[in-house]
Design a protein around this ligand. Structure first.
Ligand code: ATR
Length: 275
């Protein structure tokens, strides 16, 4: 019997998840149907209830429902607890198991696909919203030399650094952009929402150490102002979040189906070259 899955959001038309999971199902021979589900704002629980009642087995969750899913879940994995948000659910009887694979997807993309080990590296992450929160523990698990969270609103970076501190021994520092001064980093990750407004966080070229990887979490936006700045700083290793998208999807697929699909073809298909 075909098992049903969906990605829920509002809006949802833009989602690449059906394309990705349908490709994964073909690669692995799994019999699933994966669709887009538009939920009215304020009706998340009713929409998910109806999907479950119709036999739905699991869901990905995208904006603006990641916090609703957090509240809806009966069993939150540590990744979801740390992220404070849910991006994947699995339904078993009355149980709603919930995960957040965004952070692990980021790390898999950086380490496996881009071949950039994070061990002993100096990492700078821009922004202190949900995207950064979800990435912190997976990044720390790679044992970097240091991790700095920089944000316009320093208090938010400090709150996230305190949260991360509870889970690891590595010092996580919180800063404002002007505090960065002449500090340089081996990996700089843009986890702000600035690129969606074609804005540049107030970062300078100095932040990019020679040989640095500049990683834009947004995807399909070409050379964003952040990636342009990195390029002007002489960075040759530029990446956007298309690999992170595919890797978090592969984690969810493996969690649901017990088989991990290869992501290379999907990444190739979704990649829009920087020009
Ligand atoms: P998400 O859940 O996608 O992380 P969010 O919680 O709204 O989204 O967080 C957005 C982040 O992008 C915030 O850290 C925000 O900085 P502030 O906390 O100071 O508002 C950051 N951000 C958005 N636009 C930015 C810009 N133009 N420059 C720098 N940071 C920006």
């Amino acid at each position: 019997m075909t098992d049903r899955y969906a990605v829920i959001g509002n809006p949802i038309e833009q989602s690449k998840s059906p394309l990705i999971h349908t490709a994964f199902a073909q690669f692995t021979g799994q019999d699933i149907l994966y669709t887009k589900l538009l939920s009215p704002l304020g009706d998340f629980a009713q929409t998910v209830d109806a999907f479950r009642a119709a036999g739905g087995r699991g869901m990905n969750v995208t904006a603006p429902f990641k916090l609703d899913a957090f509240a809806y879940a009966t069993d939150l994995a540590p990744s979801a607890q740390m992220a404070g948000a849910v991006n994947a659910m699995k339904f078993e009887g009355d149980k709603v198991y919930a995960e957040n694979f965004d952070g692990v997807g980021l790390v898999r993309d950086v380490v496996h696909n881009l071949g950039c080990s994070l061990k002993g590296r100096r990492i700078l992450i821009l922004g202190a919203g949900g995207a950064t929160r979800g990435a912190l523990l997976p990044l720390l698990e790679q044992a970097p030399a240091s991790l700095v969270i920089v944000n316009r609103t320093v208090a938010k970076a400090q709150a996230l650094s305190a949260l991360a501190q509870q889970h690891g021994s590595l010092p996580v520092q919180a800063m404002g952009y002007s505090d960065l001064q002449d500090l340089a980093f081996d990996v700089v990750i843009n986890a702000t929402s600035a690129s969606f407004a074609s804005e540049l966080p107030p970062l300078t070229r100095v932040a990019f150490a020679p040989g640095c990887l500049a990683y834009e979490m947004a995807y399909g936006k070409g050379l964003t102002p952040f990636l342009k700045l990195a390029q002007q700083a002489g960075v040759t290793h530029l990446a956007d979040g298309v690999g992170m998208l595919a890797e978090q999807a592969a984690e969810a697929f493996a969690w649901w189906r017990g088989v991990r699909p290869d992501t290379a073809k999907v990444i190739e298909q979704l990649t829009i070259p920087f020009i």
